[in-house]
Design a protein around this ligand. Structure first.
Ligand code: CA
Length: 224
């Protein structure tokens, strides 16, 4: 049976276009709602497999809708924004959205992104142990395939944050806050360097499998 997508979008033309493409090109069931203040109730009633959520909505904006749904569910959410600059701000709010799409978009791209997010959600669901990665938060140690990873405290903090939400994009700012509890300011380059070292250690233990993916212009995500 096809998966169902809830579209929260107040522009009827865009909602119609999305429904059309997701049905015909993606084989999905679709459902749309134009008001933010109705979205959460519809989500509860219909339990869709994924939500495409516009940012600017009447009633309740996309940020609030995302927060309310996240408070009760891990359902994949793709946020749709009108401005590319908005994405940085949204990442900073740590809403826990799985991906971001900027308007104007091609319907084909939306279908591809929806499929990718669903695929990742499925992998994360099927493999709760993330294929042999074990994180011990009490001892601040991590193992891969039974072997202890020689991580620094900062690398451990990064891995723990990324691996907690496989497939979710983390901005460098978010990772910085995870790296140091005292909120000290470090450069983006410092984050990149720690990620590079963490990657190298993970690769060595996993036989070359790259588990941390760079997302151009946004940050990083963990792909088990
Ligand atoms: Ca809108």
């Amino acid at each position: 049976m096809g998966k169902s997508i809830l579209i929260v979008e107040d522009e009827p033309k865009i909602a119609g276009l999305l429904e059309d493409y997701l049905r015909t090109q993606g084989g999905f069931h679709t459902l749309s709602v134009a008001r933010g203040d109705q979205a959460v109730a519809i989500f509860r009633d219909e339990s869709p497999d994924l939500i495409l959520l516009d940012l600017m909505l009447p009633g309740l904006d996309g940020i609030e809708v995302c927060k309310q749904i996240r408070a009760e569910s891990d359902v994949p959410i793709i946020m749709v924004t009108a401005r590319v600059e908005e994405i940085d701000r949204l990442l900073g709010l740590e809403l826990g959205a799985d991906d971001y799409i900027c308007k104007p978009f091609s319907p084909r791209e939306v279908v591809a992104r929806v499929k990718a997010v669903l695929r990742r959600a499925e992998i994360a669901y099927q493999k709760p142990d993330q294929e042999g990665l074990e994180i011990d938060s009490d001892r601040f140690t991590a193992k891969y395939g039974g072997k202890t990873l020689p991580l620094t405290p900062v690398e451990f903090a990064l891995l723990k944050s990324l691996a907690a939400y496989p497939g979710r994009v983390f901005s460098r700012d978010q990772l910085m806050n995870e790296m140091y509890s005292d909120y000290r300011v470090v450069s983006d380059r410092a984050v990149d360097t720690h990620i590079k070292n963490l990657r190298k250690k993970l690769n060595q233990s996993s036989g070359g499998k790259d588990m941390i993916e760079s997302v151009y212009g946004l940050g990083y995500r963990f792909e088990p």
